[in-house]
Design a binder for this molecule. Structure first.
Ligand SMILES: Nc1ncnc2c1ncn2[C@@H]1O[C@H](COP(=O)(O)OP(=O)(O)OP(=O)(O)O)[C@@H](O)[C@H]1O
Ligand SMILES: [Mg+2]
Length: 207
């Protein structure tokens, strides 16, 4: 059972949105997925409550209960757990960092977001846990100078997951409907990007 966590102490970067769509995309690719919400804000939990499909399993947990929850999921045969965390430094963030086989750090292509990744990747580096940045909410043409600058900056700080994820209404609509983007608009660009991101993370966790 592998554990993929979405972590950064900056709010609104896309942790819950990507956690939801990655959970769906991984499930469609054959993984048996559980999505665990460590954020008291409970966005991912509410997304799960809006779903009709019987996958992924979505549940809330706390840092104190995480190890037992992961043990139960492993025993039940889950192959992948996706952890969503709060946009603040908390006990849950540290618990997710310690548990994760790979931590994805979403950042928007802005100086403020990129600067805000530092405490997260520094803590992951200190703990010796693998991490990669996800550049999310990029201008859809993906060629703006700001996106290019953000790519350069993040590559200096660590690995950059690919592809870049554009700002697309599909993400907002899918989340509102309790869907992943690959369910909401399977042939859309947002779906292609999320499938690509899952493939990237999957390869990375196998290495
Ligand atoms: N690629 C995207 N395209 C369009 N909108 C996006 C994208 N990613 C995230 N959003 C939107 O940005 C907002 C913040 O996203 P989300 O709630 O996933 O962030 P978060 O990191 O989980 O925030 P928090 O730290 O508060 O938990 C939401 O309105 C979401 O719909
Ligand atoms: Mg969130």
């Amino acid at each position: 059972m592998r554990i993929l966590a979405l972590i950064t102490q900056k709010g609104g970067t896309g942790k819950s949105t990507l956690a939801a769509s990655l959970a769906v995309a991984a499930g469609q690719a054959g993984e048996r997925v559980a999505a665990l919400d460590l954020d008291p804000q409970a966005s991912l939990t509410h997304w799960g409550q809006r779903r009709d499909a019987d996958f992924p399993m979505v549940d809330r947990t706390t840092p104190a209960a995480l190890a037992a929850a992961l043990g139960a999921l492993r025993a039940a045969g889950y192959s992948l757990v996706i952890l969503d965390t709060a946009g603040i430094d908390s006990a849950a963030t540290v618990a997710a960092m310690r548990a994760a086989d790979l931590a994805l750090i979403p950042a928007r292509p802005s100086l403020a977001d990129i600067e805000a990744t530092r405490p997260t990747f520094s803590a992951l580096a200190r703990l010796g846990r693998p991490y990669a940045f996800v550049l999310n909410q990029c201008a859809p043409q993906l060629k703006s100078g700001r996106v290019a600058d953000a790519v350069k900056a993040l590559k200096l700080l660590g690995a950059l997951a690919l592809p870049l994820i554009a700002l697309r209404a599909d993400h907002q609509d899918a989340f509102a409907f309790g869907l992943g983007v690959t369910e909401h608009e399977p042939n859309g660009k947002a779906a292609d990007e999320v499938r690509g991101l899952w493939q990237w993370a999957n390869r990375e966790m196998k290495e």
